[in-house]
Design a protein around this ligand. Structure first.
Ligand SMILES: Nc1nc2c(ncn2[C@@H]2O[C@H](COP(=O)(O)OP(=O)(O)OP(=O)(O)O)[C@@H](O)[C@H]2O)c(=O)[nH]1
Ligand SMILES: [Mg+2]
Length: 192
């Protein structure tokens, strides 16, 4: 369900879906650049078929069972123009999942994750858990997936310290093969 006005601007009532009716229900927010596979990940988890690429407008909202608990899942649009909306999307988030395309060079994946980690820390609640997922693992070999995750994890450990509530381990996933998708959502389930 897309939740934006026809002018592409978010209205306050668009966010009512996350308000009192759902209070107490864990809120999971997926963030990351456009076209990296956030919508596909949620669709794969909930066994929905996607017909081609339709970029998300503002955010899509669905309710999913994660670890046998009903959760609100907010799948945000990655386009640059929606970045200013992040504080609204991230409001009251329980878990923020940052998605990055693992097929890109490791230092690029790392820089991307770092940027989104900073956004999530700055714009999200202080107690939200932040998890990292790599997408499109089906497009590179298993060996490359492993070595890229290792390099990115090493890069995350080095340099500027990351707060403890960020689980700085990159989970590889593929919305095409399904690899890692249930593992990622089980990981989310550990934090709700
Ligand atoms: N090979 C492969 N393609 C993928 C995977 N996940 C997504 N894609 C493709 O990548 C494109 C973008 O996927 P989306 O899930 O719409 O990306 P998004 O992050 O939601 O994009 P925005 O809504 O624009 O932010 C689509 O053509 C998908 O088919 C994956 O795991 N493997
Ligand atoms: Mg999308």
């Amino acid at each position: 369900m897309a939740c934006c006005g026809g002018d592409g601007n978010l209205r306050e009532e668009d966010l009512s879906v996350g308000k009192p009716r759902m209070s107490g229900t864990p809120k999971i927010v997926l963030v990351g650049d456009y076209g990296i596979g956030k919508t596909s990940l949620v669709a794969k988890y909930s066994n929905r078929n996607l017909a081609g690429y339709a970029k998300t407008t503002c955010f899509d909202y669905s309710e999913e069972l994660i670890d046998e608990r009903k959760c609100q899942v907010w799948d945000t649009a990655g386009s640059e123009k929606y970045k200013s909306m992040m504080p609204m999307y991230l409001r009251n988030a329980t878990v923020v999942v940052i998605v990055a395309d693992i097929t890109r060079e490791s230092d690029c994946v790392h820089a991307n994750l770092r940027e989104w980690i900073n956004i999530a820390i700055k714009s999200g609640p202080d107690n939200a858990r932040i998890l990292l997922a790599g997408s499109k693992s089906d497009l590179i070999s298993i060996e490359d997936v492993k070595s890229r995750c290792d390099i990115v994890n090493d890069l995350l450990e080095s340099g500027e310290a990351i707060p403890e509530r960020v689980c700085a381990v990159l989970y590889p996933t593929s919305a095409v093969s399904g690899d890692g998708v249930s593992e990622l959502f089980a990981h989310i389930g550990e934090h709700i």
